[in-house]
Design a protein around this ligand. Structure first.
Ligand code: DX5
Ligand code: ZN
Length: 238
């Protein structure tokens, strides 16, 4: 089981959020969604402190790990962050992302994630400025733009996220053109078949979708429809 991130900047990844899965059948749910074409499993961790909801932790990550061979993309909506990093690394997480407001030392937390053998990501809420990226570009593997306020699945996509995606895309492209490492640009919240093309056109390469996929009877049909829409938006220039 060697989950790796795609090296191609123009790749489009679908990352179903298991927040909307049937938790009573989680092993089966993650196997089904991977069989349906999921590239990553998005794993939402909420602590009823940083966000007003409570979900799942490292034990559940370890429980689903043997069921899938794609990267597990852990989105930490917790405060503080650092204590959980080694626990999720041990539980088989591949990517660990956190919110800059939730840690005292952003640079240190990013380094901690990489020291534990995971890819590191920074998450931007709708009202959080992108400036937090500026001095840590070399330590980022993923930038995650929230297109809803974090805490719940099933919310509507906020259009302000499109502007932010374009800005983040420009920063990442500049960085990569100067010889920097590949950084994925992920979007999370309210992503559906009918808006994914414009989200792609704004620069996202990795698409979290919870209710749009797990709310439907045929996961493969939704993922295929999302890929069709993404293709319509054209290939991004790296
Ligand atoms: C929200 C979570 C999202 C959520 C997405 O705080 O981070 O990952 O599950 O769900 P949908 O796709 O239903 O908006
Ligand atoms: Zn999420």
């Amino acid at each position: 089981m060697p989950p790796t991130m795609s090296p191609s900047p123009s790749a489009a990844r679908i990352a179903p959020s298991i927040l909307s899965a049937d938790f009573a059948r989680l092993g089966e749910e993650v196997r089904s969604v991977v069989a349906a074409g999921a590239d990553w499993i998005h794993f939402d961790v909420m602590d009823n402190h940083y966000v007003p909801n409570l979900t799942i932790g490292p034990m559940v990550c370890a429980a689903i790990r043997p069921h899938v061979d794609v990267p597990i993309d852990v989105h930490l909506m917790v405060e503080p962050v650092d204590e959980l990093v080694p626990q999720f690394a041990k539980a088989g997480a591949n990517i660990i992302s956190f919110h800059p407001e939730a840690t005292r030392h952003i640079d240190r937390t990013l380094a901690l994630i990489r020291d534990h053998g995971c890819k590191a990501g920074l998450v931007f809420n709708p009202a959080t400025p992108l400036n937090h990226m500026d001095y840590v570009m070399d330590k980022l593997d993923v930038v995650l733009i929230m297109s809803v306020n974090p805490g719940f699945g099933g919310q509507s996509f906020l259009h302000s996220a499109l502007t932010k995606l374009r800005e983040a895309r420009a920063r990442i492209d500049r960085w990569m053109q100067l010889g920097g490492q590949h950084i994925a640009l992920e979007v999370d919240g309210g992503v559906k078949v009918d808006n994914i093309a414009e989200i792609r056109a704004a620069g996202a390469d990795t698409f979290v979708a919870g209710s749009a996929i797990f709310g439907k009877p045929d996961y493969a049909a939704v993922i295929a429809a999302m890929r069709d829409e993404i293709a319509k938006a054209g290939t991004l220039a790296a």
